[in-house]
Design a protein. Structure first.
Lengths: 317, 307
């Protein structure tokens, strides 16, 4: 659940790979035999991992639903006359699988159309936090000294505000939320987590032999950073960013549930759960189906992150 | 050690100033506390101006911040929307949430680490796989869904506990809300300690301990567990911030009048003094908790020295 936006998953097992793959890549280019880079190993590993396959299929399905909701339902939840009060709280039936909500809107159509908002929030927030965290983390990790101190202190200030708490504050003060504002606010509050991971990974990788070897071969600072340190330091960041996709989707639902996230008439699973919750005892279908979609979506992204972690982490092989 | 603590406390000062200023900025720059006092009605300009002056809202933001901080250090957190001093709200709310968070943390630590150790020692067995799948499911279900479900099952259907917590919020009433609050973190603690145990169980020092004939439970508790706890402790430190955020949802479900409830009321009514006051205290709690976590490292691993 949303608490985990700030609850970092900085496991010690976060892979900080030491494979000198990228350093030898260039030499092996012409040979047909397998290139033993960390990433190709991971790819091979993932293809045999059922957790990865299941989550990938789920996510693919969710992406299709988000992109083309019209394929899955003939109704349009934003159209006039979509909701019919005479259908209020009608339970699921053969024609309407998920039943109707208090306003008499078809829950199946609304749930399908709600997918897009959740996916957008997850992807947008995760991409933004990763970008900001990586750039600042690279800078701080590579340039030790006053710049590192400055950026690290600045990050600590942001890190001291828990994401859920800060998000609640800003959203409530803004009064209106939508998909983009919710994502931006969570990104502004969430990047320090990725900064910390990136900076730590860069510092660890900087001291490795292959960096010294590259330097001895005459590689410049920029080349070492981009070609040697970045690919190896990126592994733990990608794992956490993938898991965060699910965490942020869950957080958006929580904000909408509290009434300060996505606002009606826009559709959000959190908002649907909040609407149905007063009649949970008499009409559980109003809460059940959006909750199911929400949980499965979050589960799919967290499983993907876990599978990627297992593939990139050499320790537990 | 003493010098390290002092250095860390000094380092906390700029962080504290920076983050409280950020919070202050968010609340006062984004919202309009005076308009909020009048609800939907348009405020009378003269009255609004007077309130503005009383609350120093006509001063530049940095000066407002200094005035506010000055008042806080004299124990004056301002007044809430109903005219009650914010400190009074805090005095009634913080003990409740403290109890709730303690219940949650204890459950998280005891159950989470136990499950993690069992799972890590049986790596790859059906029990381990089952627990891993279960934790994933628990992490994916949002608190506001699992909370309602547990409240419905235990409180309404089977009637084992009262579905909502009374105003005294006794410890025994807080067990179910504590479980709900802890649930997601519990799953993370299980996974973290499982990974850590599974990694360390193959370490040389464990083999040595077994070889010299130590009983199994001693190897596990003294050698394995102690060495595996650092990532778990790190997580719990960061998690305290998450628990405070989660308390808002949990307290809403079980109608607990704690910090989350007051904060939510303050936010709904756009009452800046309540919100800034409560969040400021929470930030201090978060900072101190993370300092304690850093100090715990040395207890767990004597190789870590603070100079």
């Amino acid at each position: 659940m949303p608490e985990n936006t700030s609850a970092t998953v900085e496991e010690s097992a976060v892979p900080v790979a030491t494979a000198p793959g990228s350093a030898v890549k260039g030499m092996k280019k012409d040979k047909p035999e397998r290139v033993a880079s960390m990433w190709s190993d991971a790819r091979r590993d993932l293809m045999h991992n059922w957790v990865f396959l299941v989550s990938a299929v789920l996510i693919l399905a969710l992406l299709v639903i988000a992109a083309l909701p019209g394929l899955f339902t003939s109704g349009d939840p934003y159209a006039k006359g979509f909701c019919d009060l005479s259908n209020s709280v009608v339970p699921p039936s053969g024609a309407h699988w998920f039943g109707f909500d208090v306003q008499g809107c078809d829950i199946y159509t609304r749930t399908i159309y709600g997918t897009r908002n959740s996916i957008i929030v997850g992807v947008l927030t995760s991409v933004l936090t990763t970008l900001v965290g990586c750039v600042l983390g690279m800078v701080a990790g590579l340039r030790s000294g006053w710049l590192d101190v400055l950026v690290s202190r600045f990050t600590e200030i942001w890190f001291a505000i828990p994401t859920m708490l800060g998000g609640l504050l800003v959203l409530a003060m803004l009064g209106t939320g939508n998909v983009v504002t919710v994502s931006l606010i969570m990104a502004v509050l969430g990047w320090p987590q990725l900064f910390r991971i990136m900076r730590g990974a860069v510092i660890t990788n900087k001291q490795n032999d292959y960096v010294m070897a590259a330097r001895a071969l005459g590689a410049g600072g920029w080349r070492i950073a981009m070609r040697h340190i970045l690919p190896n330091a990126l592994a733990p960041v990608i794992v956490v960013s993938t898991i965060n996709l699910g965490v942020y989707i869950s957080a958006e639902a929580a904000f909408s549930y509290l009434g300060i996230g996505v606002q009606s008439p826009n559709i959000s699973w959190g908002l649907m759960i909040s609407d149905g919750q007063d009649r949970f005892l008499s009409a559980p279908h109003m809460v059940l189906f959006p909750s199911l979609f929400l949980s499965v979506t979050v589960l799919a992204f967290i499983m993907l992150g876990e599978a990627v972690r297992d593939a990139l982490d050499p320790k537990l092989r | 050690m003493g010098r390290y603590v002092i250095r860390r406390l000094l380092q906390m000062v700029p962080v504290f100033i920076g983050s409280t200023f950020l919070i202050f900025f968010m609340v006062y720059a984004l919202g309009d506390p005076v308009a909020a006092l009048f609800g939907d009605k348009a405020p009378d300009p003269a009255t609004a101006a007077r309130i503005r002056e009383d609350l120093h809202l006509d001063e530049p933001l940095w000066k407002q911040y200094l005035l506010y901080m000055g008042a806080i250090f004299q124990g004056d957190f301002g007044t809430a929307f109903n005219g009650q001093p914010v400190t009074e709200l805090m005095a009634s709310a913080f003990p409740v949430t403290l109890r709730l968070t303690l219940v949650a943390i204890v459950i998280e630590i005891v159950v989470g680490i136990t499950l993690g150790v069992v799972s890590g020692l049986k790596r790859g067995r059906p029990l381990d796989t089952g627990l891993l799948v279960l934790t994933l499911v628990v992490i994916s279900v949002p608190t506001f869904v699992s909370g309602y479900l547990l409240q419905f099952l235990f409180g309404v259907k089977w009637g084992w506990v009262r579905p909502s917590v009374s105003s005294e919020a006794r410890l025994d009433e807080l067990i179910l809300p504590g479980v709900v609050l802890a649930l997601v973190s519990l799953a993370y603690v299980t996974r973290l300690s499982r990974t850590s145990i599974a990694e360390n169980v193959r370490a040389d020092y464990v083999r040595t301990a077994v070889a010299k004939g130590l009983p199994r439970h001693r190897v596990i508790t003294r050698h394995l567990l102690r060495n595996s706890l650092i990532p778990v402790v790190t997580f719990i430190g960061a998690d305290i911030g998450a628990l405070m955020g989660g308390a808002i949802v949990t307290e809403r479900i079980f109608n607990i009048h704690g910090v989350g409830y007051q904060l939510y009321q303050g936010i709904l009514r756009n009452n800046a003094p309540t919100v800034v006051g409560f969040v400021t205290i929470l930030v201090i709690v978060f900072l101190v908790a993370n300092l304690l976590v850093d100090l715990l490292y040395a207890v767990l691993d004597p190789r870590i020295r603070y100079a």
